[in-house]
Ligand binder design. Structure first.
Ligand SMILES: NC(=O)c1ccc[n+]([C@@H]2O[C@H](COP(=O)([O-])OP(=O)(O)OC[C@H]3O[C@@H](n4cnc5c(N)ncnc54)[C@H](O)[C@@H]3O)[C@@H](O)[C@H]2O)c1
Length: 336
């Protein structure tokens, strides 16, 4: 039996409980939050035996095999490094960290210590995303002419004013892009390959006076010769809506990574249309309790992480995926 501890008992932590609870060879041993009241409450709510407000208790426990790090972005690097140096395998929430140099150091540290390090990219495991990846590989879209990827979300001022880190440069490192927009950019990288930044504009309009980071960012990128446009905002009136549209010379696909992910349009050839129809008929897993649009794929990534810890099987999201995202985010912000 392996044991896992959760560091940071906030909004996303229940998805980590849900994922590790779904495994029969893993148990949850600690709920850790620097806010002792939150740690105690989280442990009680989720039936976790021990709680603590000190990361030292978790990292000093030789029985702990692995940890989730689910705190503000600014602390990811320091806590992940401490956990790796303590010999733990690490699943860190996105983004892996803020600075490229930290991301590279963490990946090296994990590799040299033979530890598993993965940054959460749950939508890379979504059935819809994996199906579209396969259609691209099978040539059903032909050569990509252009790609559009976007997130329209709404965040009330209280979401930021009630948080010790959101909307601050020091704690979040950005907002609409690095936090909410992360997922559509990450999935676009999976579908299209490495992205080069050509231009970017960031604005703070809807949340001016509330946040010091951007509420809206638009960029032009290139995947090889294919132009990719990215639009993300947290200032709209729509709670959460992603769209990724891939237009090729054999077919066009429009999908989202909301829950449950959907293919809205697949057109251009009979085989593409047949496969899209089959995908629409699939059974859809209900989301775990909590925030529905995070989806169900934390479970899949956690199962992949646990297998890697046990058997050193390669993960679909190795440390390099997280490092690549930190590099791309840094380039995008530098271009604004
Ligand atoms: N993958 C996803 O879909 C998804 C969704 C939401 C959040 N996230 C990510 O998860 C992370 C956390 O986000 P959240 O919304 O849960 O934040 P949150 O503010 O709700 O929770 C963070 C918690 O960490 C605790 N904390 C801070 N520093 C600590 C420390 N040194 N030791 C122990 N506990 C500490 C805080 O007290 C707080 O309870 C972020 O990286 C965010 O981007 C990912």
């Amino acid at each position: 039996m392996s044991t896992h501890a959760i560091i940071g008992c906030g909004r996303v932590a229940p998805n980590h409980v849900d994922g590790f609870r779904a495994l029969d060879d893993y148990e949850l041993s600690w709920a850790c939050d620097r806010d002792a009241v939150a740690a105690k409450q989280f442990a009680a709510d989720h039936g976790i035996a021990r709680w603590t407000s000190s990361v030292d208790d978790v990292l000093g426990d030789a029985d702990v095999t692995s940890v989730s790090i689910a705190v503000d972005h600014a602390q990811h690097a320091r806590l992940a490094e401490r956990a790796l140096r303590a010999g733990k395998h690490v699943l860190v929430e996105k983004p892996l960290c803020l600075a490229v140099s930290d991301a590279e150091r963490l990946a090296e540290l994990a590799a040299s210590g033979d530890r598993v390090l993965s940054a959460v990219s749950q939508h890379r495991y979504d059935p819809v995303v994996l199906a579209v990846r396969e259609w691209l590989d099978d040539g059903l879209l032909g050569r990509l002419l252009f790609v559009r990827t976007s997130l329209e979300a709404s965040r009330e001022p209280e979401y930021y004013t009630g948080s010790y880190w959101r909307g601050t440069r020091a704690g979040e490192g950005g907002s609409a892009l690095i936090n909410q927009g992360y997922h559509c950019l990450d999935v676009t990288r999976l579908l299209c390959g490495d992205l080069a930044v050509r231009a970017a504009i960031a604005n703070t309009t809807a949340l001016a006076g509330t946040i010091e980071t951007e509420d809206t960012l638009v960029a032009l990128l290139a995947a090889g010769v294919t132009p990719v446009t990215l639009q993300v905002t947290v200032g709209s009136t729509t709670q959460w809506r992603t769209r990724i549209e891939l237009v090729g010379d054999r077919g066009t696909v429009s999908l989202d990574i909301d829950h449950p992910g959907a293919v809205h349009r697949a057109t251009g050839n009979a085989e593409l249309e047949r496969r899209a129809e089959a995908l629409r008929d699939r059974e859809v897993e209900p989301p775990p309790p909590g925030i529905g649009y995070y989806g169900v794929s934390h479970r899949r990534q956690i199962a992949d992480f646990a297998a890697a810890v046990r058997h050193r099987t390669p993960m679909a999201v190795p440390a390099g995926v997280g490092v690549g995202m930190v590099r791309l985010l840094a380039e995008l912000y530098a271009a604004t």
